[in-house]
Design a protein around this ligand. Structure first.
Ligand code: NAP
Length: 594
């Protein structure tokens, strides 16, 4: 058992207390120490975070003021410090909040010091941990029993809201407070809620596909923040999990947490977007890779079973594999796209085998509390890898910014004066505290902020696009080199080579009905002899339809069309009649060459 933080020795009532000098219980000083981000120092964490003294925030009737003992570190506040992709301070000022600064921090442990008049679930003196889902209790959707995670008022505490946990006091909604596991130190208990609650909703939040005894779960990034929680949650549900990792040195860590075994993703190379479905050999190669991955899964499991749940967050590079290996009727549940957002799906596997691709985001109050029961019962290790003193809060974020932080969850002391304080009870059940291999650091690309207005719902500031007003007509090549649908591939090949062009427009009268690109020509040769391919008709191999743009279209819009559809050229029309072609080569010449 260890000592709690030092209570102010004289028990004196003051307006400001030193860090680690605990005010008498229930006394809220007028001011507090905090790490602040201000717009004039947006940038790297070492520059963005500065220590200041500010007025202690007041609370509303449904709110609670918590004296922070330790705070968890998450990537969100690296973004907040950079001021991108959203200036959270400007966004709040626009919404009517006056403070010209941001106090971050979306994970914490602490002691309740004041409660609003409507608060019934906690009282002054309670030791709590906090989840980061906030929403207005007056929201119509929430009042009618809807999931608060879908409320238009939903906000992430300590990122979208001010007065997070990087201060002596934090302002939270009462519903965010949950009992603190007494067998954990202040810093351990401050470090797990965000990732564990997210993993809980992913695995337990989706109706018929929720994890259950006997299920198999495939967990990407098993040694990462989310993955390490998912392994333990799956274990507690009586399911078997197989973790994916990038090195043999992480296998022991994942199996100690409860995984049956691991797959080393470095043994495979079929990652990324799916090959084109018309590309027979490319697709066959991909299938070979993904089947090899599936075989490895069976080997680790010791039986030929497909996972009922796939726990996804890498996104673009892994979704095709996740969907392929998932059991018929199973679910791939995804909460991030760390490697990219344009994930490709072979719809045949999705509809024929009736799989579900489900998005998931943080967790609601009920789910966070269900997760916390697991922590309270001793079945969830916080997987805290590193704790920092208060002074090093910017450094902890800087390490994260530079991808030099260890795997697992990190925390910083705030009110606690030494590491290891706050352990008031024995662990309810014996628990292994696996540690990651020494010198382990991240290689994960910088994750997207947890909350960010998406274009359709954005209240973000307008984006200014640099555009010099160039029109497609200023750049295109006049004239169309075309062919008829009934021409042969051999004839088109000759045209392409003679004229040194990359695509031919398929014309029916004066209407463009398709395009034959070099890619189409090469694909036509697959599975056919050269003679057979040459004799094949254009209409059988062309890409039907024709991406067109009007001669008066802005060049920037035409480029968006091409990049969005991954095409290299557009047919240019005037009064709906094809008159020329715009190619990416023309664009490069214009926008990049001297
Ligand atoms: P993390 O601790 O960095 O772990 C991510 C794991 O992904 C790494 O351990 C790494 O493991 C694996 N990984 C990296 N690159 C990969 C690749 N190319 N293919 C497959 N696996 C790869 O991060 P985290 O805390 O688990 O969070 C993961 C993502 O979820 C982040 O983007 C985070 O922002 C997001 N997130 C979302 C929510 C939400 O509510 N929506 C909540 C929390 C986190 P190996 O190298 O060992 O394979």
């Amino acid at each position: 058992m260890s000592v709690a933080a030092k209570v102010s020795p004289t028990g004196t009532i003051k307006d400001l207390y030193d860090l680690g000098e605990m005010p008498p219980l229930g006394h809220v000083p007028a001011e507090m120490h905090a790490w602040l981000i201000r717009p004039d120092r947006f940038g790297n964490p070492m520059q963005a975070f500065q220590k200041e003294v500010v007025p202690t925030p007041s609370i509303a009737d449904d709110e609670v003021l918590v004296y922070v003992m330790a705070a968890g570190i998450n990537y969100n506040n690296v973004w907040a410090g950079l001021g991108i992709p959203v200036n959270v301070i400007a966004a709040r000022n626009k919404a009517g909040e006056p403070e010209p600064f941001h106090i971050g921090g979306s994970d914490a442990s602490g002691i309740v010091y004041a409660v609003g008049k409507d608060v019934t679930n906690v009282k002054v003196g309670d030791e709590v941990v906090m989840h980061c889902a906030t929403y207005s209790r007056d929201c119509k959707w929430v009042k009618s029993g809807g999931d608060p995670m879908y409320s238009p008022t939903f906000k992430i505490w300590g990122y979208e809201t001010n007065y997070g946990s990087f201060a002596q006091f934090t302002r939270v909604q009462a519903q965010q407070c949950m009992p603190r596991p007494q067998h954990m130190s202040w810093e351990e208990s401050a470090s797990y809620t965000l990732v564990a609650a997210t993993a809980w909703r992913m695995l337990h939040g989706w109706g018929a596909n929720a994890i259950k005894k006997g299920d198999v779960a495939l967990i990407w990034g098993g040694a990462g923040g989310l993955g390490s929680m998912a392994i333990q949650i799956a274990k507690a549900a009586g399911a078997t999990s197989v973790a994916v990792v990038s090195g043999e040195d992480k296998i022991d860590y994942c199996t100690k947490l409860g995984a049956k075994g691991c797959i080393n993703r470095k043994e495979f190379d079929h990652w990324g977007m799916l090959p084109h479905w018309k590309d027979g050999p490319g697709y066959a190669k991909w299938l070979k890779g993904v089947r090899g991955f599936g075989a490895k899964l069976w080997e680790v499991l010791g039986e030929k079973r497909a996972p009922n749940l796939v726990f996804e967050h890498p996104g673009e590079t892994t979704i095709p594999t996740s969907i392929f290996v998932c059991e018929t009727g199973g679910m791939v549940v995804v909460c991030a796209g760390t490697t990219g957002y344009n994930a490709t799906v072979d719809l045949r596997y999705l509809w024929m085998r009736q799989k579900r691709l489900q998005g998931s985001h943080f967790a609601n109050t009920v789910q966070a509390n269900e997760m916390n029961q697991l922590a309270l019962s001793g079945q969830l290790d916080a997987c805290m890898s590193r704790v920092f003193p208060y002074e090093e809060l910017p450094l902890a974020h800087q390490l994260m910014h530079d991808n030099k932080h260890p795997h697992g969850n990190m925390a910083v002391l705030v009110g606690a004066t030494e590491y290891g304080q706050g352990i008031n009870a024995k662990a309810p059940i014996p628990m292994a505290h696996p540690t990651m291999p020494k010198d382990d650091v991240h290689t994960t690309p910088h994750p997207y902020p947890m909350a960010m207005p998406l274009p359709s719902v954005a209240e973000a500031e307008p984006v200014t696009i640099a555009d010099d007003g160039t029109k497609v007509g200023d750049l295109m090549h006049k004239g169309i080199i075309g062919c008829a649908p009934t021409d042969t591939v051999g004839q088109v090949a000759k045209t392409m080579i003679d004229k040194d062009i990359h695509a031919v427009v398929v014309m029916e009268g004066d209407k463009a009905v398709g395009v034959v690109s070099q890619t189409d020509m090469v694909l036509a040769r697959q599975g056919r002899t050269a003679d057979l391919a040459r004799g094949t008709l254009v209409k059988d191999i062309m890409t039907p339809g024709c991406a067109t743009c009007d001669v008066g279209t802005l060049l920037s819009d035409a480029v968006s069309l091409m990049t969005g559809r991954r095409m290299h050229r557009l047919v240019v029309t005037e009064n709906e009649k094809p008159i020329g072609v715009l190619s990416m080569t023309d664009v490069v010449r214009r926008v990049l060459a001297d």
